[in-house]
Design a protein around this ligand. Sequence first.
Ligand code: NAD
Length: 312
Amino acid sequence: MKKVLVIGSAGQIGTELVLTLREKFGNEAIIAADIKEPAAVILESGAFEKLDILNKEALLAVVTKHKITEIYLLAALLSATAEANPKFAWQLNMEGLFNVLDLAKDKIIEKVFWPSSIAVFGPTTPKLNTPQVTTMEPTTVYGISKQAGERWCEYYHDKYGVDVRSIRYPGLISYTSLPGGGTTDYAVDIFYSAKKQEDFTCFLSEETALPMMYMEDAIRATIDLMEAPVENVKVRSSYNIAGLTFTPAEIFEAIKAHVPNFKINYQPDFRQDIANSWPSSIDDRVAKADWGWDSKYDLEKMTQVMLDNISV
Ligand code: NAD
């Protein structure tokens, strides 16, 4: 019987992933876990376990107690937060992954989802339509940990037969829960300022184009990849997926069409350097061919949904 553990279920992705998985497979099939308390809607709709992913024994106890068959591992330090605490970011992002991969290696669980990021790419990567396989010289702690994680996922698959699946998420945009310290957080924060009728100060410059995606697309991609027949999953490092690309100026204009008095100013900080090292757009033809990925949200549709649903 399918029994899923989502670790990092209080986060931006975890909150929506747990709710969607519970809708799809039933509340009893999906166990939420996090080091901190998740949203009330998670606690009310099913089981929650307080868990530190770095505690291997506690992880095994939760997996055994609930007879877990699959783990979605979302606990990590994100790009901006990781730069402030490099050693701990490396420890959390790598040891957490090993703890989960080892459970699959030991055949205690059957399947693992672990997200990578566009942060695996670096300044020497082609910026436009970044290919699935290309030069990868990440310059952030976060990117280095994600790139190493990808290599380990492929290694565990090839050497130990571990069924691990992964996506390189772009910047994710959602209204259910707030982002957790990434370089693309501005693209969520800007909607809150617009709804509050406040001026918005952007920490990236106006022409910084980055790959982004509306959360619903990202969640659908994640579950589709995990449910795909094993023979269709040919990439065991991590799949490129693309949603939309926009600059701060472009998202500002899209919002201004709905909020005419809205104003923006630009004060780039250390996150500008991170953004400058990342691609502007992503080539996702491999994911499309292997397991039928396609995005549904463009900038207009996402802007409308965000403005309709954010309450301030
Ligand atoms: P988030 O920061 O919003 O959530 C991470 C969650 O992990 C938090 O609830 C946190 O409490 C939990 N956590 C931290 N340390 C833990 C520990 N020791 N044990 C258990 N739980 C712990 O992050 P997110 O945006 O939801 O991202 C989830 C994953 O997706 C991460 O691996 C991230 O690198 C990746 N990702 C996210 C984005 C994005 O735009 N959000 C983009 C690319 C990749």
